[in-house]
Write a protein that binds this ligand. Structure first.
Ligand SMILES: [Zn+2]
Ligand SMILES: [Zn+2]
Length: 79
């Protein structure tokens, strides 16, 4: 059985995933990296795709991630 991975992904203002290194303040570590900064955070599930709408803060996305993980555990237990 494939393992389901649920992760929080930071997004740029244009909706692309930010994989740049950023400082704790959210500013890009490397000014030449082309990073436009992290504007929002989305929850991405390997089974369902994007969960809900992107959140403005990482701490707001984390409960969504936890909830989704719990739903999958319930679904698997009832099988
Ligand atoms: Zn970036
Ligand atoms: Zn899912």
């Amino acid at each position: 059985m494939a393992r389901i991975a649920i992760k929080v992904e930071p997004l740029h203002a244009d909706g692309t995933v930010c994989l740049h290194a950023v400082s704790p303040s959210g500013k890009p570590r490397d000014p030449n990296s082309g990073c436009t900064g992290r504007r929002s955070y989305r929850v991405q599930c390997s089974a369902c795709g994007t969960v809900g709408t992107p959140h403005g803060l990482c701490v707001l996305a984390e409960p969504e991630q936890t909830k989704r993980r719990g739903q999958h555990q319930t679904a698997l237990a009832n099988r």
